[in-house]
Design a protein around this ligand. Sequence first.
Ligand code: NI
Length: 201
Amino acid sequence: MKLFKSDQPNTFHYVTAVTFKRVPIFRNDYACELFVESLTETRSHCTFKLIAYVVMPDHVHLILNPLARNISEVMRRLKSSSARRILDWLREDRFAASLQKLELDIPQSRSHSHALWQKGFSSIDLWSPRFILQKLSYVHLNPIRAKLCDRPAKWKWSSYNAYSTHEIGAGQSRSTDADIGLKRNWTKRRATPASKRYIWD
Ligand code: NI
């Protein structure tokens, strides 16, 4: 599926990146940790607004606004930084079986023999606050839809806890911009009856 990808600056995007051959590398907590580190590092090099993220076993979703930059540039940096970290760790700790799954059919070079990500990424532009909120709950509910846990707060590898006032995860509140005014709406939304609490799509 080819999704519309706009290069306009200062646009919110709902972005999905998939691991190479859908290898579920993020079943490993340390791999998730390295990805979140890359997210923080990438933000320190090229400023972008991060509204939400979730790391799933074989893909990640992000809601971000690249501000003055281009979404492709931000994603290229994020993907290469996380790939470098994770592949280096797999090599260092000699995870031969995992590395073998990530091996390129045709190695690009001696140093580029493996891939963490599938080429490219998909992106949907989010034009309205309502659309952003809808995708925000979609992102945070991903682990539940995939039956990985029963409550969004239980998934360590998402920004959900940065939005919940009583369970702020260490570091997570710092890694997202939960302060753009969405927080109030989100809290309000959570106070509605359970059946109407989340928007599914
Ligand atoms: Ni997903």
